[in-house]
Design a protein around this ligand. Structure first.
Ligand SMILES: [Zn+2]
Ligand SMILES: [Zn+2]
Length: 164
């Protein structure tokens, strides 16, 4: 096995995983099942063979969205993590759950029959940074109460003294 180790996990940190090879076919899927499962306009996905996907903390909960398709998620926080077609030589992971999603740029769209009509207009919407809507005090308060797992593996989570 190669030295590649790309990590990711859910928002609360109960489930962490590693990819042991460079994932391929990064894409977004607009199909209605992916919209529903992600609570979003599309699902951002990339994949590896099952033997190169390892859960390194906790365990996946699964939902069969159709007979052949199993969707993995964190039962504690609900983050969508994987999609696996039973019997296929591939498991897809959600790009947003990777620790470094910036490195995985989608190259294709699937399920475009489900693509929402205004999808192409999103990048031209007016934009604000998160902090522009909050006062500095409010921003600091929110940061201090953050329960999201950091974007790297941890030896212990949640850290001692930080209640859930
Ligand atoms: Zn979680
Ligand atoms: Zn889909």
């Amino acid at each position: 096995m190669s030295e590649i180790r790309i990590t990711g996990g859910c928002q609360c940190g109960a489930v962490r995983y590693a990819l042991l090879e460079q994932p391929d076919n990064p894409h977004i899927c607009h199909c209605r099942m992916c919209q529903k499962a992600f609570g979003s306009f599309f699902a951002p996905l990339t994949g590896v063979p099952p033997e190169s996907f390892k859960v390194t903390r906790g365990s996946l909960s699964t939902f069969r969205s159709s007979d052949p398709v199993e969707r993995g998620f964190c039962r504690d926080c609900g983050t969508p993590l994987t999609i696996h077609t039973i019997g296929s030589n591939r498991i897809s992971v959600s790009i947003g759950s990777l620790d470094e999603p910036e490195k995985i740029e989608p190259t294709r769209q699937y399920g475009i029959e489900g693509r929402l009509s205004w999808f192409g207009r999103l990048p031209s919407l007016p934009g604000d940074k998160t902090t522009e809507e909050e006062s500095p005090d409010e921003t600091a308060r929110i940061a201090a109460s953050n329960h999201q797992h950091p974007d790297h593996d941890t030896s212990e989570w949640p850290p001692p003294g930080m209640g859930a």
